[in-house]
Ligand binder design. Sequence first.
Ligand code: GDP
Length: 195
Amino acid sequence: MKIKTSEIVISAVGPKQYPEDLLPEIAMVGRSNVGKSSTINTLLNRRKLARVSQNPGKTRTINFYIINKEFYLVDLPGYGYAKVSKTERASWGKIMETYLSTRTNLQEVVLLVDIRHEPTEDDKLMYDWIKHYGYGTIVVATKSDKISRSQQQKQFKIIREALQMNPEDKIVAISSLKKEGIDKLWGAIEDLFTA
Ligand code: GDP
């Protein structure tokens, strides 16, 4: 994918602010601190478009980035940050449910998990949720520079089993630090788009 232009259109606090042109959307979701902002910046080849967390768990907006004026990359709020209150958790759930259940132009959801760890209960719920709504899914295993290549294959297996992934769903390792796996991820996104 050649990124000609990318810009943030809106940081939406509610559905009324979602873009109305209904271009195709690809959403990104994952645990706070998993590396979602870094991955978005790396995918778009921008250093600071998405903000790398200073205040983890506090972002409760849905950020819409328009790419090449053709589609949106949608940054969904992260989950699983230990210090959020019950009320904040409920508000996260409502934002996600509204978005996932009503967004007819949403084509696929990219779920980010940390390559080093077994997916958390929240990750498992998130994967099930994406599947429940019938979206195409790619799992991105982040921070791949932290482990060796042989370890990566082992971790893929652990992640696939823990999430009970559909065999046809792809898993792609990414390192934003080393800029690795980016073309592979764009390829997987494009494959789903055109499927
Ligand atoms: P977010 O909360 O999911 O948006 O995560 P961030 O993108 O803000 O990243 C969280 C932390 O992980 C930051 O300290 C990043 O520098 C670090 N990080 C993100 N991606 C990578 C990566 O590919 N490799 C390494 N080693 N660290 C990363």
